[in-house]
Design a protein around this ligand. Sequence first.
Ligand SMILES: Nc1ncnc2c1ncn2[C@@H]1O[C@H](COP(=O)(O)OP(=O)(O)O)[C@@H](O)[C@H]1O
Ligand SMILES: [Mg+2]
Length: 257
Amino acid sequence: MEKQVILNIEHLKKGYDGLEVLEDVSLQVKKGEVVVILGPSGCGKSTFLRCLNGLEPIQQGSIAIEGIPVEYGNKNLSKIREKIGMVFQSYELFNHLSILKNIELAPIKVQHRNPDEVRKEALELLKRVGLEEKADSFPRQLSGGQKQRVAIVRALIMHPEILLFDEVTAALDPEMVREVLDVILELAKQGQTMIIVTHEMAFAKAVADRVIFMDEGHIVEEGTPEEFFNHPKTERARKFLHMFTFDSIKKKDSQSS
Ligand SMILES: Nc1ncnc2c1ncn2[C@@H]1O[C@H](COP(=O)(O)OP(=O)(O)O)[C@@H](O)[C@H]1O
Ligand SMILES: [Mg+2]
């Protein structure tokens, strides 16, 4: 059975006074699909994700989640944000609230769900990411990797249709990257629809159903991880991938010896 498109972006155009950032970006994401967005710094990846979540006004084009338009400033935006969860590089936890309270806040205050059920689910989710004993701790008592796993739980408890990840391991020490990526890999296995911006190439290869390569506000390439990593079609993609390999260094060594 052909899977249903849940996120539909058509001819999106977005800039910041005078600066054109996204130009004519179109993308369809199907239920259960994991799309990884790669591209050089400054090419518009974060701007793109923020537009999808209604955090930015757009100049042209349209974004719709399950047929409902995402519009900056629209009064239905909080409903839409329940469908589109986002995890940021900087965790965005409330430092004065316990981990449990951080997680429970939105489902109780925004979704008006039953507090007992919310607590039960929060504890289950914390257990799933290996943090059940941190429920009563405060963010300052957690490592970066632990805080990021809490941020993922906080997004998950809203039962989003789609989750957006913006370089969520970029600020972490190397030994904490894996524990966060493992959580995301697990979500992929369970069929969570996700759009992931990352610079972790091995992870991108492992988690993606589809890779999107962006440069200067355009989608330049799109394909399976196998296609993109092993047979990039454009010079720009080859150059980008080259930054993540050490082949050139090896070559220089062998030339000089
Ligand atoms: N709030 C903003 N105001 C003005 N310019 C911005 C803003 N946010 C991003 N930009 C600019 O938009 C371009 C794309 O940025 P961004 O989306 O953060 O790229 P990426 O996430 O791919 O590194 C950059 O030139 C950046 O300087
Ligand atoms: Mg960014």
